[in-house]
Design a protein around this ligand. Structure first.
Ligand code: AMP
Length: 531
């Protein structure tokens, strides 16, 4: 497996610095190919879907080509939905953190247009928008296309499916011909190729060529989780399966650090392994893992190359890998030398599609499993303690202890059963009964991409207003009286938040929240899937 470092891709130092802050260790395969191609100036079609790192694949070269001294609009990214437009502009903002004077502006339907006009007038070199709203601004002449030298169509197949073909063609026709046209699409249906032949020159198609992949024969399971529950689910799986040694994979250094911290906080012997660590430190961690002092290694893909330990019993994909090859490489850390092993993959929302790709390319099956319930965990823990108790009863002289218990039973009118149960509880440690893990809902991603029965709502406040998921959960639960556990995924961005609520409650939530304040701020709540 080839590793491509961002430093090898002729990326500006200011963007490289931002990439380091974001915790990316290596370029994903689509990035390794697309970044040089886009920097080279040609028209391309990138075939890649969400989760492969496609946004940064076009975003990095796009930002690098912006002239910060000019306040004119220089690049435009079209996205099928408001949510994607927001996600893309957040990623671009993160990447351009150290590019002084570069402004990225999302524009989409549903947002007050006069506010957008004001922001456009103030000057933005990059606009990320939905086709309908961009057309709107075009008609009002509130965006000027004269200085645009790059246009990106993100999730182009999705935009066509949503009926944006005419809008896209109108926009493309209006942008100066001396420009670079980049198209990203998960699939390559005929209309995509038609648009390419009409609006691109010498198109280069970029995709990641798949090698024949042989997957080790180990049991593979996946769990649908919410981001905030990943740590709880990981702990339960660790408790239920009790693997001697395990490797937990994350996509970024930052996530590795957070996960190690979380595991240590819960009393597990976990250590990090990532590319920033000095060789000496890495050797120390690996030695600890080999001799069992470290039971859980939390690693990025790049750091996991050298893990050649035979008795790894479980691999966890805390984040879904960005590429099929990474998946095979990761799970190959277990089941070595003819031993049995298990691989567990955590899936959030749309990532199910990526897992489907992985299964297709690797010709393997990853089975859905319900998250172990607390009572499963309790049973397993209790069984282990009772095994030890058996040993003690058989091998240890207990007369003195029996006398103490007898006295206690006589004095306090407890039964021996109660006392035994209390001792068991004492030995079990914390089993936090408060935490609610996502119920395994039956989902049908084919006819409805969202959770069935859930509606995604948009709220116009986010991290900039110090909002955290708990604030949203608390406000909705508090104002509407609905149980917090019914609320689904909460994604907080810089200025916006998306939250899932059950369909039957959505209208109530919108009505009640209209007059509510969160952290003292009046808010606007509406259904999310506006264009
Ligand atoms: P995308 O495919 O653009 O939707 O990206 C999926 C996620 O991967 C986003 O959260 C990105 O910030 C993240 N990401 C992008 N490139 C990398 C990389 N090279 N290493 C780790 N994470 C990345």
């Amino acid at each position: 497996m080839e590793t491509v470092k961002f430093e090898e891709l002729q990326i500006d130092a200011a963007i490289l610095r931002a990439i380091v802050d974001m915790g990316f260790e290596q370029a994903s395969p689509i990035q390794a190919k697309a970044i040089p191609a886009v920097l080279g100036g040609g028209d391309i079609i990138g075939q890649a879907q969400t989760g492969t790192g496609k946004t940064a694949a076009f975003g990095i070269p796009l930002l690098q080509k912006i002239n910060p001294k000019s306040k004119h609009l220089q690049a435009i990214v079209l996205c099928p939905t408001r949510e994607l437009a927001i996600q893309v502009s957040e990623e671009l903002r993160n990447l351009s953190k150290y590019l002084h004077g570069v402004k990225v502006l999302p524009v989409y339907g549903g947002q007050d247009i006069t506010k957008q006009i004001r922001s456009l007038k103030a000057g933005a070199q990059v606009v990320v928008g939905t086709p309908g709203r961009v057309m709107d601004h075009m008609r009002r002449k509130t965006v000027k296309f004269d200085n645009i030298n790059m246009i990106v169509l993100d999730e182009a197949d999705e935009m066509l499916n949503m009926g944006f073909r005419d809008d896209i063609e109108t926009i493309l026709s209006d942008i100066p011909e001396e420009r670079q046209t980049i198209l990203f699409s998960a699939t390559m249906p005929k209309p995509i190729l038609e648009i390419a032949s009409k609006f691109q020159k010498d198109t280069e198609i970029i995709k990641v060529v798949k090698k024949e992949l042989t997957v080790p024969k180990i049991e593979q399971y996946y769990y649908e989780v919410r981001p905030r529950n990943k740590m709880e689910v990981l702990s339960r799986l660790l408790d239920v399966y009790a693997p001697k040694l395990s490797v937990v994979f994350c996509n970024t250094k930052r996530q590795v650090e957070e996960t190690v911290e979380g595991l240590k906080g819960r009393g597990y012997f976990a250590e990090a392994l990532h590319g920033d660590m000095k060789q000496l430190h890495r050797d120390r961690v690996m030695n600890g893992f080999r001799n069992g002092k470290v039971e859980i290694l939390v690693a990025t893909d790049i750091a996991a190359r050298g893990i050649d330990v035979d008795d790894v019993e479980a691999v966890f994909n805390y984040d879904v890998p960005q590429d099929e090859e990474f998946y095979v490489h990761r799970i190959g850390r277990t089941g070595r030398a003819g031993r049995t092993g298990r691989a567990f993959t955590f899936i959030v929302g749309k990532e199910i599609y990526k897992l489907k790709d992985i299964q297709r390319y690797c010709k393997t099956k990853v089975l859905a499993q319900p998250i172990p319930s607390l009572s499963d965990v309790t049973d397993v823990k209790a069984e282990k303690i009772l095994d030890q108790v058996n040993e003690i009863i058989e091998n240890v002289e207990l007369t003195k202890m029996i006398e103490i218990i007898e006295k206690k039973v006589n004095e306090q009118e407890y039964t021996t059963l109660e006392l035994a149960a209390a001792f068991l509880k004492l030995n079990m440690g914390d089993t936090n009964e408060e935490i609610v893990v996502e119920p395994q809902r039956q989902r049908n991603y084919r006819d409805n991409k969202n959770n069935r029965g859930m509606v995604r709502l948009f709220i116009n406040i986010g991290k900039k207003q110090n909002i955290r998921p708990g604030d949203i959960l608390g406000a909705i639960a508090g104002e509407t009286g609905m149980a917090g556990r019914l609320i689904g995924t909460i994604d907080v961005y810089d200025k916006y938040t998306f939250v899932e609520v059950p369909k039957e409650y959505s209208e109530d939530v919108i009505n009640v929240m209209k007059d509510a304040k969160i952290k003292g701020k009046t808010i606007n709540v509406e259904v999310a899937n506006k264009r």
